[in-house]
Design a protein around this ligand. Structure first.
Ligand SMILES: NC(=O)c1ccc[n+]([C@@H]2O[C@H](COP(=O)([O-])OP(=O)(O)OC[C@H]3O[C@@H](n4cnc5c(N)ncnc54)[C@H](O)[C@@H]3O)[C@@H](O)[C@H]2O)c1
Length: 512
């Protein structure tokens, strides 16, 4: 039987030829390019053929060339022309191959394409429309999604992709950060059939989980050498719990050659990640997120830590995971209130990303594995651009300044993190001067049962004072806010008047 090929897809200017060469040289195999084959077959350049025969004739011959190549391929690397996925024949032929999407942002794609003689890159509006249309198809067929970073930085991804190529099945999003890359595996049912484990067999696996997750899912990670259970809930995301966990690792004889598997929601992920970051100055951690909050947000990006009574996430470290294993099926045991809390992070991420994710969320569509994947991609791209919160990563804090303040003044017990973030989003949209978006988001949050006003007992001034202790504040300057101009156009580091902040919080109090 013919072996599957690695097929590179992506929009104009994604760098499929360069990417293809990189894969071919790493895998020591041949690379074929559908555009080049087509030009050879018709004996002229694509722009010439387009001008002479029109787009319909071009698509016909493009389908034929790509279809034949994919159907006959026996291993190797194939770079696929940007528009071929419109063809049903091509999409069918792709099924047996490993499809790698080289993501390119719209702005970069336009910058590159307008310098070329590409027939579909002549006017910006048409180009943008085409870009939006194609993204959805790319996401659907891709087994692997690589972020927009210098292609040379993706070399570590190649070995992992080669492995995935053999164990075809799960979708792989490659996470790039300045301190290294790691695979994010995603598939409903992933925990029933795990992808290649990111660490050698000689490294023993020690799970850290909470008591509730232990009951439902922790047993599904095979070959555990030990398991540590912490009590569930934000109130236990403390240094005291860390100390007990470090103690258990010592008792179980864990060494620097071993690693931690964090199985649980954001509390477990943050705490276990921090324990791993600090135990014997750092051992690897594999994140297995089991809540919606964790699957759409907290499991990626390497921020780990715990709360202090004075403020949230005040002690922590950056510690990127060795891999993230995402199985949306585990959400089936999650109580509805926890799913709802995760929805607030989905709305936040959709406001940041704009585009297809925002459209999906704004339409009120239920959260599905595609939503999880799109949220993960959004977060991974932000972190790829800025791992350590020096700039762009701060957009992820949208809704969190007021959200964290509400959590702090209620001793981390009254609201779930996501519930507080939902309230914080409403305050941030007020500060953005976007009444219409605020109303739309309030409706989305209320639709899943999330609060849109605070408890009457919560003191507005106390929340206001707590915002000043937010970690994003530097020196004596006022705390900066993240504001939204449009979905997809989110600004960080915005100075807003103190009176406006208080008013945005006061607006969250229920009408007497
Ligand atoms: N590190 C980051 O970048 C980042 C980003 C966002 C949020 N966070 C942090 O995440 C935390 C919130 O995470 P969370 O909302 O996942 O809370 P959580 O971890 O407390 O989980 C919520 C509850 O769901 C239970 N649970 C988890 N998985 C389950 C499952 N599959 N079935 C049944 N029950 C299950 C847990 O036992 C817990 O009681 C906050 O501390 C927040 O600061 C961190």
């Amino acid at each position: 039987m013919a072996r599957p090929a690695i097929v590179l897809i992506g929009f104009m200017g994604a760098g499929k030829t360069t990417g293809g060469r990189m894969f071919a040289s790493a895998l020591r195999c041949r690379m074929s390019d559908t555009d080049k084959r087509l030009q050879r077959r018709v004996g002229m350049s694509i722009p010439e053929y387009f001008a002479k025969h029109g787009e319909a004739a071009f698509r016909e011959i493009e389908e034929e060339v790509a279809g034949e190549l994919l159907e006959r391929a026996d291993g190797g690397v194939i770079s696929l022309g940007g528009g071929t996925l419109q063809s049903e024949r091509v999409r069918r032929a792709l099924e047996r191959h490993t499809v790698v999407l080289l993501h390119v942002g719209r702005a970069t794609a336009w910058k590159r394409a307008k310098r070329s003689d590409r027939p579909l890159a002549r006017d910006r509006a048409g180009f943008d429309r085409l870009y939006a249309e194609r993204q959805a198809v790319y996401e659907q067929v891709a087994d692997v999604i690589l972020p927009e970073v210098d292609r040379q930085l993706l070399k570590p991804a190649v070995a992992v992709i080669a492995e995935a190529h053999r164990a075809k099945g799960a979708q792989l999003l490659w996470a790039h950060t300045d301190s290294g890359g790691y695979p994010v595996w995603l598939r409903p049912g992933l925990l029933r059939e795990l992808p290649p484990w990111p660490l050698p067999e000689s490294s023993r696996r020690f799970a850290i989980t909470d008591e509730t997750v232990a009951e439902h899912h922790a047993g599904r990670i095979p070959e555990l050498s030990g398991m540590i259970e912490i009590p569930p809930g934000e109130a236990h995301k403390t240094l005291e719990t860390c100390e007990r966990t470090w103690g258990s690792l010592v008792e179980q004889g864990v060494t620097r050659a071993d690693h931690v598997v964090a199985i649980g929601g954001g509390v477990v992920g943050d705490l276990a990640g921090f324990v791993a970051a600090t135990f014997q100055r750092g051992i690897p951690v594999v994140q297995v997120p089991t809540t919606l909050v964790a699957q759409v947000d907290s499991a990626y990006g390497g921020k780990t830590g715990v709360d202090l009574p004075a403020a949230k996430n005040y002690v922590g470290a950056y510690h990127q995971p060795a891999a993230v294993m995402v199985d949306p099926d585990v959400l089936s045991t999650l109580p509805p209130e926890e799913l709802a809390a995760g929805y607030a992070e989905v709305v936040k991420t959709a406001l940041i990303s704009g585009g297809a994710l925002w459209e999906q969320v704004a339409s009120g569509a239920p959260v599905d594995p595609l939503t999880v994947m799109r949220c993960a991609r959004t977060k991974l791209q932000v972190v790829a651009d800025d791992e350590r919160d020096g700039g762009r990563r701060q957009v992820l804090n949208l809704g969190h300044t007021v959200g964290h303040a509400i959590e702090t003044v209620t001793d981390y017990r009254r609201y779930r993190h996501g519930e507080a973030v939902g309230l914080g989003l409403l305050a941030a949209l007020r500060l953005s001067g976007r009444d219409d978006l605020r109303a739309q988001v309030a409706e989305l949050l209320a639709g899943v049962g999330l609060p849109t006003t605070m408890d009457a007992a919560i003191d507005v001034d106390e929340v206001h004072a707590a915002t000043a202790r937010d970690k994003k504040r530097l020196g004596s300057a006022p705390v900066p806010f993240v504001t939204v101009r449009e979905p997809g156009d989110v600004r960080y580091g915005q100075q807003v008047g103190d009176r406006d902040v208080r008013a945005a919080i006061a607006e969250l109090a229920p009408v007497a």
